[in-house]
Design a protein around this ligand. Structure first.
Ligand SMILES: Cc1ncc(COP(=O)(O)O)c(C=O)c1O
Length: 360
């Protein structure tokens, strides 16, 4: 029998939100997972505790020097069961991120067991509506209260849970408007672009806000050296359908290796599409567009799922993709991906993991 992770009970449970009006990431469940690291002792005190504010030193290394990494995944409810989707991939990636910031690795199996037990305790919070899920946010941050740029001696991991609706609000297949960023860059090779580190997102906010002010949903980043090659969107990897072929930028060290990207590449092959991972320049995209060969564009990410792009603006040039409508291949990938996730379709790759009912 699996060891039970210690549970510190709440005095009373919180009121659950109205499921018909769920937004993204605003409401949190009753409990969170907590794990601590102390130099010399390693990771210790894995427990499920009430979701509540935490105390942190004003000198904590994460606050000053940004030693903080995170993950994002989802749990779904289908036919009464709660299911996680490829969670082991997220814990593999969190270790890649931790290593890049000189933070201590965590036992992936232990973390997955802790997550399953946390989600079991909070299973009544998993929403069941179309496009809804329990968003899962693991975060690890330095807690040592000492100034001076050096790796912290102490860390904390938390996993918090948020019942959520669609990322862009309303219809998850609403085609988005994307601004191709030509001034700022997100990441460079040799930097931290391939890791899910907090600072990457802080560095993206100014460009994102500028794009929002111009009426765009997100920014498409170009490479950090020549600003010529397409990398990824704010929180999604990017795909193009060119002459019927599914094309995405190859992982070059500055792009986040998305788990949805990996899943969609596998699904596209299964569905019989030709798939290509390679360098894609913005000029090449315009050339295909002029010839009518850029048939579809979509982003992939845990939060946004598979999100069609209806418009791409680069400097003073604009591409309207597929008349601003969701394309056939985008739709087919979306239907298959969400079908497997929710349990409506078979899962030949064993991507779904049913959360057990633990006896407490
Ligand atoms: C910068 C960035 N790129 C891509 C992705 C997509 O990754 P995944 O499919 O693992 O959610 C995300 C979201 O996590 C992201 O933040």
């Amino acid at each position: 029998m699996t060891d039970l992770v210690k549970l510190e009970q709440r005095q009373s449970l919180k009121e659950k939100p109205d499921q018909s009006s769920l937004t993204f990431g605003e409401v949190f469940t009753d409990y969170m997972l907590s794990f601590e690291y102390t130099e010399g002792q390693g990771w210790h005190d894995l427990k499920i505790v009430p979701y509540a504010p935490i105390e942190i030193s004003p000198a904590a290394q994460s606050v000053h020097y940004g030693q903080s990494v995170f993950e994002g995944l989802k749990a779904y409810k289908h036919n009464g069961e709660v299911v996680l989707f490829r969670p082991e991939e997220n814990f593999k990636r969190i270790n890649v991120s931790l290593e890049r910031l000189k933070m201590p690795r965590i036992d992936e199996d232990l973390l997955l067991e802790g997550l399953k037990q946390l989600v079991d305790v909070d299973r009544d919070w998993v929403p069941e509506g179309e496009g809804q899920s329990l968003y899962i946010r693991p975060v690890v941050f330095a807690t040592e209260g000492i100034l001076g740029v050096a790796p912290s001696k102490n860390y904390r991991l938390l996993i918090i849970l948020s019942p959520s609706g669609s990322y862009y609000g309303g219809d998850s297949l609403r085609p988005t408007k994307i601004y191709v960023e030509d001034e700022y860059v997100r990441a460079v090779r040799g930097g931290v672009g391939f890791a899910k580190v907090a600072g990457n997102y802080a560095a993206s906010l100014l460009a994102q806000a500028n794009a929002n002010a111009l009426g765009f949903d997100q920014v498409l980043w170009l490479d950090g050296v020549e600003q010529k090659y397409v990398e990824e969107v704010g929180s999604m990897n990017i795909f193009f359908v060119i002459n019927g072929k599914v094309v995405t930028p190859s992982l070059n060290g500055s792009i986040l290796p998305g788990i949805t990207r990996k899943t969609v590449l596998a699904l596209a092959e299964t569905l019989g599409y030709e798939v290509e991972e390679r360098r894609v320049s913005i000029d090449e995209l315009f050339e295909h567009y002029e010839k009518g060969e850029l048939e579809e564009v979509f982003g992939t990410g845990t939060a946004a799922v598979i999100s069609p792009v209806g418009e791409l603006q680069f400097k003073d040039k604009k591409m309207v993709i597929n008349n601003g409508e969701t394309g056939k291949i985008t739709q087919a990938l979306y239907d298959n991906y969400t079908g497997i996730q929710s349990g409506k379709l078979d899962d030949p790759h064993n991507w779904r993991l049913v959360v057990p009912h633990y006896e407490r």
